[in-house]
Design a protein around this ligand. Structure first.
Ligand code: FEO
Length: 167
């Protein structure tokens, strides 16, 4: 495996692990406050990011590289509102997308079409996740501070996840 690409893939493991921990922290925050639907949504997202991470670990090792399992910082666990959870969700996904796009760019620079092909799965995932994050954030902006709106959002969010996520 080309060393520069291996390094980028290992960095991506850290980003996926960080996202997983952040979403687990957000799930826990929502769970404690009675937002069971939002909690389930982020518990599921946390699991998905863990799958993204593990897929990279296996890929690197299968290609004679060495996957490095990183230490990660403690995620944020104090949030002001449901809206803030989804703002962080969108920012996190946009960050991950930018990093994936950079790997794609470097693959082309190094003519590493094998990794380029592997990363297409991540490109498709990011499109879905960013779209989900934007849609939910838009809904929360419409709801504003309305408590009954928050109740309905929490009740319905997993219907949305089930019907809008391809996994
Ligand atoms: Fe795997 Fe949504 O970043």
């Amino acid at each position: 495996m080309i060393p520069q690409i291996e390094k980028l893939l290992n960095e991506q493991i850290t980003y996926e692990a960080t996202a997983s921990a952040q979403y687990l922290s957000m799930a826990s925050w929502a769970d404690i406050r009675g937002y069971n639907g939002v909690a389930d949504f982020f518990y599921t997202q946390a699991e998905e990011e863990r799958v993204h991470m593990t897929k990279l670990v296996k890929f690197i090792n299968e290609r004679s590289g060495t996957a490095v399992i990183p230490a990660i910082d403690k995620p944020r666990d104090d949030f002001n509102s449901l809206m803030e959870l989804f703002e962080i969700f969108l920012e996190s996904e946009e960050f991950v997308t930018a990093k994936i796009n950079n790997i794609i760019y470097e693959c082309l620079q190094h003519k590493d079409y094998n990794v380029h092909n592997f990363m297409q799965w991540y490109v498709a995932e990011q499109l879905e996740e960013e779209a989900t994050a934007r849609t939910l954030l838009d809904k929360l902006k419409i709801i504003g501070d309305d408590k009954s709106g928050h109740y309905l959002f929490d009740r319905d969010i997993n219907t949305f996840q089930a019907t809008n996520q391809p996994k």
